[in-house]
Design a protein around this ligand. Structure first.
Ligand SMILES: *[C@@H]1O[C@H](CO)[C@@H](O)[C@H](O)[C@H]1NC(C)=O
Ligand SMILES: *[C@@H]1O[C@H](CO)[C@@H](O)[C@H](O)[C@H]1NC(C)=O
Ligand SMILES: *[C@@H]1O[C@H](CO)[C@@H](O)[C@H](O)[C@H]1NC(C)=O
Ligand SMILES: *[C@@H]1O[C@H](CO)[C@@H](O)[C@H](O)[C@H]1NC(C)=O
Ligand SMILES: *[C@@H]1O[C@H](CO)[C@@H](O)[C@H](O)[C@H]1NC(C)=O
Ligand SMILES: *[C@@H]1O[C@H](CO)[C@@H](O)[C@H](O)[C@H]1NC(C)=O
Length: 497
């Protein structure tokens, strides 16, 4: 049994045999127009709990739709912004431990905000296909809730829905049914099974709010079996670590955690990558000084080559709460790497280098160790794999440091042996004149050269090759610009004479 199958079995997604998209147009929920909902609150099963910053774990007061008094009774402040947190599928029929963490983090960042927890546990603890189907009913309830608030003159541009897994689609359905558009919906790893190919009205989509931002953290496997939805469904779709799988969530790691925390935590552990979407968002709320940046890129592969670290024309953005609202006509896929623990921020560098050789040498999948030394610190032996290197070509790769080294001053490369045989028939070696390094976080571009001599030698299985920041090059560029200016100046003087 493959690893993927094992995971799915544990989670219970194996219940799903057929994954055809759910029917939509035939159903009255979607064909009716919004005036239908204005007054009938009688059959609402979903509960809207107003959480209190003093006691963020407890459900102390539920809003009663249609009853204006419940607003003041629950301490809901009609002039503050409101977060609406919507949970996903629930095996146990209980709130999971992330919920109070997210509520606490929302209050920490916005102390005067209202935080509403949408409780649809009864409908969420069915077999997955039934719960998936129920997102429609719950979405309708949430839309009624928003319309009711609006009828009390609460502006919907103060409303921010946050939905996890199936909850993201609840938010999408709700947004679509509201009388007016809600300000923002954040989708935290929206569920994949039964939604990957569903119509827009049935799942989260960019039309559901003025701004829809999405984190995709667990999109492994074939589209119909991926736990998180693979396709972009917002204005901005961020795929941390490629979106498939998150660092610190390997089977090995989770086994270690089971050994130390016991089998009771199985549920938590198995959803590690899926739930990472929430913890990344929490990180963005509470660790503002460690704000992660994501970069727009055409593909994961191009990102891992370091080709997408530009911030020009909104190509980079903040991950999570502080995201800059950019409404693209087409969904923008964005990427970044993260640490395995909070704070998740890493520092991205593109290393671009022209490799020379007299020999006609061409190698693939080469292990390399990169060490970075900067003004604030160092990060040694970052392990990367260079997809291919050939004589007299330029290669580019991405290096991510989990340490803030400050301004980069020095870099070491070490080309490791990939097998005992490599280099057996003679030394594999490239010559390097300079490294061009671009930092994603600072947007600086620097040139590094060999400390001694014109060329540095990078030898397979050899020692470290050292490069230092090239002062002359920075200055010479400035000088040549000045020189050009001077030339132009004298030229103009000549012409005016
Ligand atoms: C979807 O609707 C079509 C006809 O509109 C029907 O034949 C089909 O059985 C329905 N599928 C489900 C899962 O309800
Ligand atoms: C909604 O329904 C009412 C009455 O059925 C109708 O008058 C109105 O035009 C409809 N609105 C839209 C947007 O379809
Ligand atoms: C409601 O929130 C506003 C700011 O968001 C604050 O000025 C006001 O005092 C709050 N009202 C109550 C009753 O807490
Ligand atoms: C290098 O090898 C490639 C393929 O093995 C060949 O096409 C190319 O002509 C060679 N170049 C030189 C300079 O020998
Ligand atoms: C690479 O370029 C150098 C000089 O530009 C040349 O001497 C050498 O033969 C080239 N190597 C190959 C394999 O073409
Ligand atoms: C060019 O002209 C400016 C004033 O027009 C003067 O200050 C400058 O010294 C001149 N440069 C040269 C090279 O003559």
């Amino acid at each position: 049994m493959g690893k993927e199958n094992l995971w799915l079995l544990v989670i219970g997604f194996s219940l799903i045999k057929s994954c055809e998209p759910l029917n939509t147009t035939t159903e009255s929920v979607f064909s009716s127009n919004s005036t239908l909902y204005t007054e009938d609150y009688s059959n609402i099963e979903t509960r809207f709990s107003v959480r209190d910053s003093e006691d963020p774990e407890e459900d102390l007061c539920y809003l009663t739709l249609g009853n204006r008094d419940s607003i003041s009774e629950c301490g809901f402040n009609l002039s503050s912004q409101t977060f609406v947190v919507i949970h996903g599928w629930s095996v146990a029929g209980l709130f999971e431990s992330w919920l109070h963490k997210l509520v606490t983090a929302l209050f920490e960042r916005e102390p005067t905000a209202n935080v509403i927890v949408v409780d649809w546990l009864d409908r969420a603890s069915q077999h997955y296909p039934t719960s998936a189907e129920n997102t429609k009913l719950v979405g309708k309830d949430v839309a009624k809730f928003a319309n009711w608030l609006e009828s009390l003159e609460y502006p919907l541009d103060k409303l921010h829905l946050l939905g996890y897994s199936l909850g993201a689609h609840v938010a999408g359905v709700a947004g679509n049914l509201m009388n007016h558009k809600v300000n923002r919906i954040t989708g935290l790893d929206p569920a994949g099974p039964r939604f990957e190919n569903a119509e827009d009205v049935r799942r989260l989509s960019p039309d559901d709010a003025n701004f829809v931002d999405v984190l995709h953290t667990n999109t492994r496997g074939s589209p119909d079996l991926s736990i998180g939805i693979q396709r972009p469904v917002g204005h901005i779709d961020i795929y941390p670590n490629g979106g498939t799988f998150q660092p610190g969530c390997s089977l090995q790691n989770t086994m270690k955690m089971i050994a130390s925390f016991g089998i009771n935590n199985m549920d938590q552990i198995v959803k590690c990558s899926h739930e990472r979407s929430i913890h990344l968002f929490i990180d963005s709320l509470v660790n503002q000084q460690h704000q992660s940046l994501a970069y727009r890129c055409s593909s994961k592969e191009a990102f891992y080559k370091g080709l997408c670290l530009s911030c020009r024309k909104n190509r980079c953005n903040k991950l999570g709460y502080g995201v800059k609202k950019i409404r693209n006509t087409r969904s923008a896929k964005m990427y970044l790497k993260t640490r395995e623990l909070m704070p998740y921020k890493v520092f991205h560098y593109q290393v671009k280098v022209h490799v020379f050789s007299q020999k006609n040498l061409s190698v693939v999948e080469q292990p390399m160790l990169v060490s970075l030394y900067g003004t604030h610190g160092e990060r040694e032996e970052i392990s990367i794999t260079v997809p291919s290197m050939s004589s007299n070509t330029t290669i580019s790769f991405l290096v991510a440091s989990d340490v803030d080294i400050g301004e980069l001053l020095m870099i070491k490369l070490k080309w490791e042996r990939d097998s005992y045989l490599s280099g057996f028939f003679g030394k594999n070696e490239f010559m390097i004149r300079r490294l061009r390094i671009k930092s994603g976080e600072t947007q600086s571009k620097l040139i590094f050269t060999s400390k001694d001599g014109e060329f540095a030698y990078l030898t397979q299985g050899g020692g470290e090759t050292l490069f230092v920041k090239s002062k002359e090059d920075q200055e010479s560029r400035r000088e040549s610009r000045l020189h050009r200016l001077k030339l132009h100046g004298s030229f103009f003087n000549q012409t005016t004479e």
